[in-house]
Design a protein around this ligand. Structure first.
Ligand SMILES: Nc1ncnc2c1ncn2[C@@H]1O[C@H](COP(=O)(O)OP(=O)(O)OP(=O)(O)O)[C@@H](O)[C@H]1O
Ligand SMILES: [Mg+2]
Length: 440
């Protein structure tokens, strides 16, 4: 009666009746007396857990059974009320719990949204590893810590650096990128820290360095593994003291800059080999973000490919065979190579479909098995056809690589020459008119 104003109330006299009620409608909250005829309230708690009913349970208990209430809390009850109780106090507890539950549900809904997302700040991906990167980037962007982004060429290191800046409190400040590998070593110091007029031959004007330009924002030092020893020392000092001098100046300048660095080298190895200062390494690698190569997250290939198509050639479409090839390829150049392959395919294709044959040869070929499999998945080819095509492909490839010498091919494949010949006849494989001569 007390709770009628809070919502629908169902009453059950024992565990069995309670389970019946719960199977009819999942409750938002359960008020549970531990002492009931038949099985005890503790049993119901266990049953609820087993059924995945996550409604909070408030246990009602007489003062002399408080121990049982404690036991109930241990088994997952949310709260307890000792009898006799103030009606109003119970009502408040109930309301409180329901509100908390709403909040928790909201948090979970938001979390799901985050988990479900397939892109973040221009980065696309649905693999677990990329989703983890999205979360990490979002979290570390808010902090000031120096970040080191590592990964093979084309994995998106610069994209990550920009994402960190864009999601940081410095987003309104400048994002300044310096490619340490592209600046001649005699110019790098003046590039980073600036110089006074006449500081060295050719310094006809005073020049502001990148550190100063980045004041209030983020400085992205790309390819930091390329820095020479002298510049490493200078950079270390700036990172420690946050001050530096322009080349040829005596006055110190202090700036408010967040540093993000990137490299495709293995810096730990560089440190071990004496090419990179250990103290500098620890300064830049406060928060490491390691981007996995694309071949280790093939589930991203399709998504990335389709997003590049819709950006570069929105009227075009990839055929299932082409998608299969892309998914099967090993992508030594990672996402950049994929982007280029799509651009290539769009330029080459006739009409509106990009097929396997429109992709760069290495991709079309190395992905053949995967392409076949995709066509089979899509129901475009039967099992028989798929297997036959695959067999034909590898027999042809093997024959070609042995210049159509059947004895060598057979032995490479572990077949007798007779069986090879039978297969060739069955699969309609014929040597070209004049087989290429050895050494040609
Ligand atoms: N997850 C991603 N989603 C969408 N585009 C991406 C993603 N990763 C990389 N790219 C694109 O791939 C290309 C290469 O990315 P980026 O320049 O960030 O790589 P990098 O790791 O800095 O490569 P390098 O070591 O060669 O400098 C860019 O055009 C970038 O936009
Ligand atoms: Mg880069």
């Amino acid at each position: 009666m007390l709770l009628k104003s809070e919502g629908d109330v169902s009453i059950a006299g024992d565990v069995e009746a309670a389970l019946r009620e719960i199977s009819l409608a999942t409750p938002d909250l359960v008020l549970l007396d531990l002492v009931m005829p038949g099985r005890s309230g503790l049993d119901l708690l266990a049953e609820l857990a087993e059924r995945g009913v996550r409604a909070p349970v408030i246990v009602l208990t007489a003062t002399n059974t408080v121990n049982a209430a404690v036991e109930a809390m241990k088994r997952g009850a949310a709260d307890f009320v000792t009898k006799p109780f103030e009606l109003e106090a119970l009502r408040i507890k109930v309301r409180d719990r329901l509100e908390k539950r709403d909040l928790l549900e909201e948090v979970e809904r938001l979390r799901d949204e985050v988990e479900d997302r397939q892109q973040f700040a221009g980065m696309i991906g649905r693999s677990d590893s990329m989703r983890t990167i999205f979360r990490t980037v979002e979290r570390i962007a808010k902090a000031e810590a120096t970040v080191l982004v590592t990964g093979e060429s084309g994995t998106g290191k610069e994209l990550v650096a920009r994402a960190i800046h864009d999601h940081s409190p410095r987003a309104d400040g400048p994002f300044v990128a310096v490619n340490c590998g592209a600046i001649p070593r005699e110019l790098i110091e003046s590039e980073l820290f600036g110089h006074e007029k006449g500081a060295f031959t050719g310094a006809t004007d005073r020049r502001t360095g990148r550190f100063e330009t980045a004041d209030g924002g983020t400085l992205f030092l790309d390819e930091i593994g390329e820095l020479d020893a002298a510049t490493q020392v200078k950079l270390l000092r700036v990172l420690q003291e946050r001050t530096f001098e322009r080349v040829g100046a005596s006055r110190s300048i202090s700036v408010d800059v967040r540093i993000v660095t990137a490299t495709n080298r293995d810096l730990v190895e560089e440190v071990a080999n004496g090419n990179f200062r250990e103290d500098l390494y620890y300064r830049v690698a406060v928060v490491p973000v390691a981007l996995p190569p694309l071949r280790e997250r093939r589930e991203d290939v399709r998504l990335l490919a389709q997003s590049f198509v819709s950006r570069i050639g929105p009227s075009k479409q990839l055929t299932p065979a082409a998608l299969g090839s892309l998914e099967g390829y090993s992508w030594p150049g990672n996402v950049r190579e994929l982007e280029n392959a799509i651009e290539y395919g769009i330029a080459l294709c006739e009409g509106n479909t990009i097929d396997q044959a429109d992709l760069p040869i290495s991709i079309g070929r190395s992905g053949q098995a995967e392409a076949l499999r995709e066509q089979w998945r899509q129901g475009e080819r039967s099992f028989e056809e798929t297997v036959t095509r695959f067999e034909t492909d590898i027999l042809r490839e093997s024959l070609e690589s042995h210049r159509w010498n059947q004895t060598q091919t057979a032995s490479a494949l572990g077949l007798t020459r007779r069986v090879l010949k039978l297969k060739m006849d069955k699969l309609d494989i014929e040597a070209p008119e004049s087989p290429p001569k050895s050494g040609s």
